[in-house]
Design a protein around this ligand. Structure first.
Ligand SMILES: COc1ccc(Cl)c(-c2nnc3c(C)nc4ccc(C(=O)NCC(C)C)cc4n23)c1
Ligand SMILES: [Mg+2]
Ligand SMILES: [Zn+2]
Length: 342
C-alpha cells in the first residue's frame, strides 16, 4: 500500500511541462535514468498530461497518483528489472509518441494501453528468467508454467490487482466497452514483452513491413503494439555508448547472480549467466545483431524518424567490437607477460 500522505502530496502538485525536467526531455537522445527515483512519479504524470490522456479519458488525478505510486512500489530492486527500468521503458513510449506519428497508426485507447503497460510490464520481477522459474519449481511456475510466459503472466496479474484496488482504477471513467478493450489490450501487450513471443512474430512483422501497414487491419495493430513495446523494453541500447554499456553491465550483474544461484543448486548456467565464462562484448554483439538491431530496423521501416536509433545502435556495436578486440589482445599480452615472468 502507499500512504494517503504520499498520494495527497503528489496529487496537490501542479503537473509541470516536460521542459521542467530537461529541455531535451522529449527527444530520443534523452536518458530518462538521470531523473531521480523521487521525481519519477511527477515525470510520469507529466507524460500522461502531455499526451492528453488525463483529459481524453477523464482520468481522476488522485486515482492516477495512487496508481503510479502503487506500480512503483510493486517493483523489487534487482540490478536491472527494477522501477528505473520501467520508467525508462515508459519514457521511450512517450518519446515515440512525441516524435513518431503514432496516432496515424494506432487508436487513442491502444496508445493509452501501451503507455500503462510500459509502466507495469515487469512489476514484481525477481531478477531471474522464465526458464529459472520452471527449473526451480517456483510458485510462479506452479501458477503459470502450463500457459507459458510465466513472469509476464505474473506482471499482468499484479497490474490487474492494482487496477482493482480501491481508488486506483484509472480507467473507471470509461464506458464498459472501452474499459474492457483497454484491459484486453494491456493483457496482450504485457504478455508480448516475453522475448520468446517477439521472436515468434518476427516473420509476421517482416511481412507486415514489406506489405505496408494497414490501419484497417486489427492484426496489424497487435503486431505493431508488440514491436513498439519491445522497442521500449530494449531502448537503453539506443542511447549514448556510456548509457548502453552501463545498462548492459547491469543486466549481466542480474544474469550472473542467477548463474551463481544455479551453480549453488548444482546446475550448469547458460554461458551468458556464467561469470567465469561470459565475454560481455561478444554476447552484446550477438544480442545487438540477432535481436536489438532487427527490432529498430523494423521500426524504422514504419517510422523513418526512428532511423537515428539504428545508427546509434550500430555505433554501440562497433564500440563492443573494439572492447572485444582489446580484451583479446590483453589476454595475449598477459599470457606472454606471464610466460616471461614464470
Ligand atoms: C524483452 O524482454 C527482455 C527480457 C530480459 C532482458 Cl535481460 C531483456 C534485455 N534488455 N536489454 C538486453 C540486453 C542489452 N542484452 C540482453 C542479452 C540477452 C538477453 C536474453 O534474454 N537472452 C536470451 C535469449 C533466449 C534471447 C536479453 C537482453 N536484454 C529483454
Ligand atoms: Mg519482462
Ligand atoms: Zn522489461
Amino acid at each position: 500500500q502507499v500512504t494517503t500522505e504520499e498520494v495527497a502530496q503528489l496529487a496537490e502538485m501542479r503537473i509541470p511541462p516536460p521542459e521542467f525536467f530537461n529541455k531535451k526531455f522529449s527527444s530520443f537522445s534523452f536518458t530518462p535514468r538521470v531523473i531521480s527515483y523521487a521525481d519519477t512519479p511527477l515525470a510520469v504524470l507529466t507524460m500522461f498530461e502531455d499526451m492528453g490522456f488525463i483529459t481524453k479519458f477523464r482520468i481522476n488525478k488522485t486515482y492516477l497518483c495512487r496508481f503510479i505510486l502503487m506500480v512503483r512500489k510493486g517493483y523489487r530492486d534487482p540490478p536491472y528489472h527494477n522501477w528505473s527500468h520501467a520508467f525508462a521503458v515508459c519514457h521511450f513510449c512517450y518519446i515515440m509518441y512525441k516524435n513518431l506519428d503514432l496516432p496515424k497508426y494506432l487508436d487513442d485507447i491502444e496508445l493509452l494501453a501501451l503507455f500503462v503497460a510500459c509502466l507495469s510490464h515487469d512489476i514484481d520481477h525477481r531478477g531471474t528468467t522464465n526458464s529459472f522459474q520452471i527449473a526451480s519449481d517456483s510458485v510462479l511456475a506452479a501458477l503459470y508454467s502450463s500457459a507459458g510466459s510465466v513472469l509476464e503472466r505474473h506482471h499482468l496479474t499484479q497490474t490487474m490487482a492494482i487496477l482493482n484496488t480501491d481508488g486506483c482504477n484509472i480507467f473507471q471513467s470509461m464506458g464498459n466497452t472501452n474499459y474492457q478493450r483497454t484491459l484486453d489490450l494491456i493483457s496482450y501487450i504485457i504478455l508480448s514483452t516475453d522475448l520468446a513471443h517477439h521472436l515468434r512474430i518476427m516473420e509476421e512483422l517482416k511481412k507486415m513491413s514489406q506489405a505496408g501497414y494497414a490501419k484497417g487491419n486489427p492484426g496489424h495493430h497487435k503486431l505493431l503494439l508488440s514491436l513498439l513495446i519491445t522497442s521500449c523494453d530494449l531502448s537503453d541500447q539506443t542511447k549514448d555508448w556510456n548509457t548502453a554499456k552501463r545498462i548492459a553491465e547491469m543486466i549481466y550483474q542480474e544474469f550472473f547472480k542467477q548463474g551463481d544461484l544455479e551453480k549453488s543448486l548444482g546446475r550448469d548456467p547458460l554461458l551468458m549467466m556464467d561469470r567465469e565464462k561470459a565475454c560481455i562484448p561478444e554476447l552484446q554483439i550477438g544480442f545487438l545483431e540477432s535481436i536489438a538491431l532487427p527490432v529498430y530496423s523494423l521500426l524504422a521501416k514504419f517510422f523513418p524518424a526512428a532511423r537515428v536509433m539504428v545508427d546509434v545502435m550500430q555505433k554501440n556495436r562497433q564500440m563492443w567490437k573494439k572492447m572485444k578486440g582489446r580484451v583479446k589482445k590483453m589476454d595475449v599480452v598477459t599470457g606472454t607477460a606471464m610466460d616471461s615472468l614464470l
